[in-house]
Write a protein that binds this ligand. Structure first.
Ligand code: F3S
Length: 411
């Protein structure tokens, strides 16, 4: 692999052991994947932040790296942590876990990373332009960056994204190359796809068929997806595809920036048709007759528009079941400034910042059964958080919060 003299110097330790270790990781990945050279990145999203996933070994690894002088050299944002950094005690999180989580964040801060703690960095200012090379981790964020923004990133792991931030480069392979951004699966959608949960169910079905390939979706309402609400629908669509099929890039005809590019569909692309979303809904509904004791919105982290919509659906009614919306702290603060947060909390809702129900140790909080319209959360909650899941529309989930009984309709 070709390295510039400067890159070679970093690899040989010219800027200390912390930078050298980062360059070793970037170069090793490049060699494994047959990259010809490195490419400079304009931003990084680092995952592997929750102490629940890192454990003691991960904490030590990060602390050592920070102590070796590793510092990021491009704008870098952080994925969700294991708890709400301000309200953890109030929410019932364990003090010992909180102390360890704090040490993880101290290591990242020492490396120059602001603790943004969100999987929607693009909603809080980390917004690469089309064609920019970036190194992002977290599957839904990767999907959004590639597909909706038209930026270029592979699905980085926590250490590889951090290494890229420290050296400002990543290896040029995979989705950094034009040839790998072409669609290999054409999906004709021949059924109504309207709500947030519909887009999630569709994403689960497409991901199951795509399995790592790039899908090209036809038949979706391009006008609606090009409006403001489209951001929320596309982020849930991409998150679901990433969960069920490791899809890191998708195209939607007439909507996503590369969908009209010449030769964007490979000549040998396979065709499939989706006529019914119910198999997607059924795949995510694994709670049987259990009653939901928590309703969750915000996977990926919610936008202000989603929070506004939940308040509209509550329509002045009080929640009987805890209703949590997970979102970036920066957006939570904005909601507090414009009064939206207060309107939501007055109805018994709760905005939980910095974390989510997959990366937080929610099993210790006593919840057993979740209702959610978020497909990725529904997909992972049983295995990662030990919760039974009801998956349905935003309307049904809000009704569940208000009435205390499961209001989902599975046909
Ligand atoms: Fe984000 Fe957690 Fe979902 S990291 S995409 S809210 S599983």
């Amino acid at each position: 692999m070709k390295l510039t003299p400067y890159e070679q110097a970093l690899l040989e330790g010219a800027e200390g052991r912390g930078v050298q270790k980062a360059m070793e990781i970037v170069v090793a990945l490049g060699r494994i994947y047959g990259a010809e050279d490195l490419v400079e990145v304009t931003s990084v999203q680092v995952a592997g932040v929750s102490y629940k996933n890192l454990g003691e070994a991960g904490l030590e690894f990060l602390s050592d790296w920070a102590a070796q002088g590793a510092r990021v050299r491009v704008p870098t944002t952080l994925n969700p942590a294991g708890l709400d950094l301000e309200s953890w005690r109030d929410l019932g999180f364990d003090a010992d876990f909180a102390a360890k989580q704090q040490r993880v964040l101290e290591a990242f801060v020492a490396m120059g990373i602001a603790p943004s703690c969100t999987c929607t960095p693009y909603l809080v200012g980390n917004l690469p332009a089309r064609g920019e090379h970036v190194a992002w981790a977290e599957s839904s964020a990767v999907s959004f960056a590639n597909s909706v923004l038209g930026a270029r990133t592979n699905r980085e792991g926590g250490p590889s994204a951090l290494a890229a931030a420290i050296v400002g480069r990543t290896a040029r392979y995979g989705l950094h190359l034009d040839a790998n951004r072409r669609a290999q699966l054409i999906v004709e959608v021949r059924c109504p796809v309207h709500s947030l949960s519909d887009f999630g169910a569709l994403g689960i079905l497409v991901g199951q068929q795509a399995r790592n390939r790039v899908p090209y979706l036809r038949g979706l309402d391009a006008t609606r997806l090009s409006q403001a609400i489209g951001i929320d629908l596309l982020k849930t669509l991409g998150a679901a595809m990433a969960a069920s099929g490791a899809v890191a890039l998708y195209h939607v005809e007439g909507v996503t920036p590369e969908s009209g590019a010449p030769d964007i569909i490979a000549p040998d692309a396979e065709h499939i048709t989706i006529k019914d979303l119910q198999p997607g809904y059924q795949a995510l509904n694994r709670a049987g007759e259990f009653t939901a004791d928590l309703v969750w919105f915000g996977c990926p982290h919610a936008s202000l528009a989603e929070l506004e919509e939940i308040v509209r659906l509550l329509n002045g009614r009080q929640c009987k079941v805890p209703l949590w919306v997970t979102m970036a702290r920066q957006l939570r603060d904005e909601a507090a400034r414009n009064g939206l947060l207060q309107r939501f909390e007055a109805l018994g809702g709760r905005v939980v910042a910095d974390t989510c129900l997959v990366v937080a140790p929610v099993e210790g909080l006593g919840f057993r059964c979740l209702a959610t319209p978020c497909a990725k959360g529904a997909y992972y909650a049983p295995t990662h958080s030990g919760m039974a899941v009801h998956f349905s529309s935003p309307e049904a989930c809000v009704e569940t919060a208000v009435t205390g009984s499961w209001a989902g309709v599975i046909t």
